[in-house]
Write a protein that binds this ligand. Sequence first.
Ligand code: GH3
Ligand code: MG
Ligand code: MG
Ligand code: MG
Length: 302
Amino acid sequence: MDTMKKDQTILVVDDSPVNIQMLGQLLKNEWTVKVATNGKTALSIANSDDPPDLILLDVMMPEIDGYKICEILKASEATKDIPVIFVTAMSQQEDEAKGLELGAIDYITKPYHASIVKARVRNHLELKQYRDLLKDASLIDGLTGIPNRRRFDEVLSTEWKRSFRDGKPISVLMADIDYFKRYNDHYGHLEGDECLRKVADCLRKTLKRPGDLVARYGGEEFVGIMPMTGEDGAFTIAESFRKAIEAMEIEHIDSPISEVVTISVGVSTMIPSDKVEAEKLVEKADNALYEAKKAGRNQVKK
Ligand code: GH3
Ligand code: MG
Ligand code: MG
Ligand code: MG
């Protein structure tokens, strides 16, 4: 039996304290249980920074009923992947069909059998865990272990919107290893891969403020997102990254400009407006990177 599931959380939503008490008793030894006695609370817990891994949902409740809650959960990007199981006295086949059509993963009718509820919950939580693992893996670069470009695009879009709302600047840096083709040719691809890991590690250590994100953008190109960071701050961070790479003294005797591995970096800063897309920030960093290369490499341009 899978032992990792201990830290998974179940949200029980029911307007009846007795029902909540019964389900809570049933589940609390194996999982963390949160409760909500109305739709509004349920939705706010589902949308919190610590959302549940599974929701057990009553149908008949005052104000917002369970069907409506399920519909709202499934319509939102933030909550649509949380599995919902209806637990209800509404036992007509049409009721069950409706619940499943709204996106619930399962439908349990009352009176229920405790061990069946537990077994179904267990099965769905296990599937949820595998889905989460796959999702995490799909956003991480296999070679360096840092986020990949897909993740970068996701986070950039979120942070761009946040900065727009707050009227705050956001910066991006784009770094590219200098003469990396020569590095591979001279030291071989395995050494090349090792060098990429070292650069990724160094970038991770340089951009470590909460909210920062580093990612591998492509082959030997790395990017960083720095929310709430203005032009000067971003330039300083980029420069410290460049210096840190140089200070690692990774031998590169075939580099025309140095005896160690160096990087060129482009930085861009914008205060988002609703007329411009986040891609503009990347485009500007890319242009600055091009300027850094043209000006002789191993330098930062903005
Ligand atoms: P520049 O200073 O202009 O950036 O020159 P460069 O040689 O670094 O640029 P170029 O784009 O010509 O070469 C990039 C090289 O990066 C070519 C490719 O073999 C190498 N590369 C890309 N991805 C990987 C990887 O995953 N592993 C290894 N070992 N090398 C990679
Ligand atoms: Mg009820
Ligand atoms: Mg390149
Ligand atoms: Mg390069």
